[in-house]
Design a binder for this molecule. Sequence first.
Ligand code: G6P
Length: 611
Amino acid sequence: MCGIVGYIGKRQAAPVLLDGLSKLEYRGYDSAGLAIYDGSAIKIQKSTGRLKVLSELTHDGSTMPGTVGIGHTRWATHGEPNDTNAHPHFNEAQSIAVVHNGIIENYMKLKKKLQGRGYRFVSDTDTEVVAHLLDYYYKKTDGDIIDTITKIMHRVEGSYALGILFAECPDKVYALRKDSPLIVGKGKDGNLIASDVPAVLKYTRDVYFIENEEIACLTGEAIEFFNSDGEPITKESRAIEWDINAAEKGGYEHFMLKEMYEQPKTVRETLNPRIKDNEIVIEELGMSAEEIKNINRIHIVACGSAYHTGVTSKYILEGLSRIPVEVDLASEFRYRNPILSPDDLVIIISQSGETADSLAALREAKEQKVMTLGIVNVVGSSIAREADRVMYTWAGPEIAVATTKAYSAQLIAMYLLAIHFARVREQITDETVSQMITELKAIPAQIEMLLANKEHIQKIANRYVGAKDVFFMGRGIDYAIGMEGSLKLKEISYVHSEAYAAGELKHGTISLIEEGTLVTALVTQKGLYKKTMSNIVEVRSRGAVVLAVTNEDNTEIEKTADYVIYLPQTNKYFTNSLAIIPLQLFAYYVSVGKGCDVDKPRNLAKSVTVE
Ligand code: G6P
């Protein structure tokens, strides 16, 4: 994970870098640092803790003059979060500074070799190896920087996006990448590098996506690119359409709250362009009716909340299109030698499009020559570029570590896909499609209604700020909703929480229910009401307090549950889009009530670009 930035141009670099890092803090935030060329040497300032600490230390960058620099916000992998392990890292002569996102897998071997040549290491990081290796080859090539960089590319194994400064060549910033994201922004009064687009949006919308094993060399006025053999290459820039305000809090207390409130818009933007004349048209899918009819099996592969989208989608895709669906965690899929057949379709769901395990799963599928489809939010990300087809979720930049609006957009994309496949395979009629489209179009306004009910949920949440364990239960899609509700709660409020298939409770979990334990029951599937109701009775008779989330016609539940949140009427396949809203709000208010850092929960990062 980690975020890297670099700037060279007419402005003072440090404030630009600090601003860029603030947009990348979602990638890691246990320490931060800057390296600035001050006219005679490279100066580094770094500190443990949030970026705020570094900003204070440098008086918002004003104590670090200079117009060329690189910066870093860290999510520790090798070496504990402390000042020494924070980036940037220097070579011994302090003439080369490096920031790194990724993992150098063969760093121990390289470290030993370098130590054998007399290099002394001060940190526990894998990154420091790069600084010394650059020093070694820089001397060996008589200061040929491109040659130096290509040499280290051939020596280093693993993943990296690197930003590099050479004191002997102070009018340039160098950057390169392999398997970790990197973009270059072409600004009016300076050029930038960054791990992600929001970091440069304030200065430019003109962006180059750096491919694996490409090198960028920036001056204030120009940008050159090279391949891994050091040969110049040309690249086209892309205009980014994201609104800059999308990466700001805009008056909300937290990004998560703002992003929850953006969900109606996100749903509309993912939905509307794909509905034409009362039909679902997914142009970017580029699959013929024949190909869709021939799909033998769908494999959905993802991590975290995107995996939960996958679990929900299994019920919907199988229910509507009758295509068998398997859902895998990407970290499992990639190492289990999955059995894929040529008529299968592998769907990778990912907000960032950069999650290391999801990307590896995609590559595994491609290797087996199976058609791949990415459901991705970040335009131009690795998964979007490498998948055979890509369907974008138009959620815009999501900053809070805990996903909300991107998850909601993923659900919509998957509903559209399921309905489209079902229609092409003649499992549903035009009338059903038309009815579903009406129901889909109602979702944004229904989400608005649920968000307006936030105070009711806040009151319930306030009572559970001290909760030790919370359970979520449901059957079918309700189980999948519970998984996401549970993840939201545990990741931002540090309350232990688990989701259970309600029928499975009696095989273990019920022994954990004590007097006063909160159980959130998801009861949105009419055909399963009675079954889940008996489970509610079972946990209540063992002392649980039950918070039920159910449809507005299920008022019977008030006799059994302690708290009830009603959802407006929708199609049984779309209930996740509504039920998740109160669960997001609940997690949010428990976290706020406990005084946790809602947007940046401890130990987590938004984009997990390491295994
Ligand atoms: C991290 C984030 C989650 C996200 C998961 C997968 O754990 O905190 O919110 O669901 O990664 O990320 P992706 O970008 O692939 O959707």
